[in-house]
Design a protein around this ligand. Structure first.
Ligand code: SER
Length: 317
């Protein structure tokens, strides 16, 4: 049977880039992009879907003969703290709807994005092991940790092939993030290219795990293409790429844009960043399905600035 993909949150930071990558891999008509927002510039097959609506998920699965689901819709860490109960409700209920609809409709594979936010203050800060006890302190982290356990449960109980990655902060030039704690890094590049000073909402020494969009998308596609029996972790895989502080980012950007400056005015997001690891151990992903990042801070910075310059030049042309 041909692969037919349903993606939720298809207009989001990761979702929109992943949608294009899946369209390229499986064919434009085999990817059904869904979201609660319309995007006038979207090219492909789009359906409006509020993933809290179980019946509509089922309807779209049946209508399009869906075989795989990528559930990218979620409220991120910083936005989540402003509306904890709603975030729990949205993040958890949508995923349970997806899992249950997948089970009832014999969906072959489900992808679930988790996050470094599942870790809490008790975890070792450096090279945090994948299977360390999870004590998240944000509702976003709590919802992702619970989701990982539900993924594992549906695999063990129903043999549903759910696969998951714990993304570090994702940095890309294609889309803007919304409501995350790692978003500062994306913002900094935009300010640098606009030749403006950037006020960072974290202090200069907040080390966090990060990944370039290209690597994050490739990891997702490689995980989902791996043979089923290679996937030994059914909660979620750590994937590491690079780790840096805001000060190190400022330095890397100023190698290319010498006038760039960042000032530091930490806000409530500092506490969130402080509860997360500085770096994570991804041995299992490397061993089980050969994960290997391509970008480091230097090569990412070069690529980000090149692409953002093109974007701003086109907009101003
Ligand atoms: N990038 C996310 C956030 O900052 C972490 O997964 O909320």
């Amino acid at each position: 049977m041909a692969t037919k993909i349903l993606i939720t949150g298809a207009n989001g930071q990761l979702g929109s880039v992943l949608t294009k990558a899946l369209q390229n891999t499986y064919g434009i008509n085999n990817v059904i992009a869904t979201d609660i927002k319309y995007n006038a510039a979207f090219v492909g097959v789009f359906e409006f879907l509020d993933a809290t609506d179980f019946n509509n998920i089922q309807h779209i699965i049946k209508e399009h003969h869906i075989t795989e689901i990528y559930h990218m819709a979620a409220i991120l860490s910083a936005s989540g703290e402003k509306q904890p109960l709603r975030t729990w409700d949205i993040n958890n209920n949508t995923f349970l709807n997806v899992l249950e609809a997948a089970r009832l409709n014999s969906i072959h594979k489900v992808f679930y994005p988790s996050s470094i936010a599942v870790y809490g203050n008790n975890a070792p800060k450096n090279n945090t092991p994948q299977d360390f006890f999870l004590t998240p302190t944000t509702v976003y982290g709590m919802s992702k940790a619970a989701g990982e356990h539900w993924a594992n449960y549906y695999f063990l109980k129903y043999n549903l092939d759910v696969r998951s990655l714990r993304y570090p902060g994702v940095i890309g030039h294609q889309t803007s993030p919304g409501g995350g704690t790692t978003d500062y890094a994306v913002d900094a590049y935009h300010y640098a290219v606009k030749q403006e000073e950037y006020t960072c909402f974290l202090n200069e020494s907040s080390g966090l795990p990060m990944i370039y969009m290209d690597d994050a998308i490739r990891a997702t596609i490689e995980l989902m293409s791996a043979p089923k029996d290679a996937i030994k972790t059914r909660t979620s895989y750590n994937i590491a790429s690079m780790s840096f502080t805001p000060k190190a980012l400022e330095k890397a950007i100023s190698q290319i844009m010498p006038n760039f400056k960042m000032v530091y005015t930490p806000d409530f997001r500092q506490q969130i960043a402080d509860s997360w690891p500085n770096s994570i151990d991804d041995t299992e992903a490397r061993n089980d399905w050969a994960w290997k990042p391509k970008y480091d801070l230097k090569s990412m910075t070069k690529d980000m600035i090149k692409h953002l310059k093109e974007t701003y030049n086109t907009e101003n042309a």
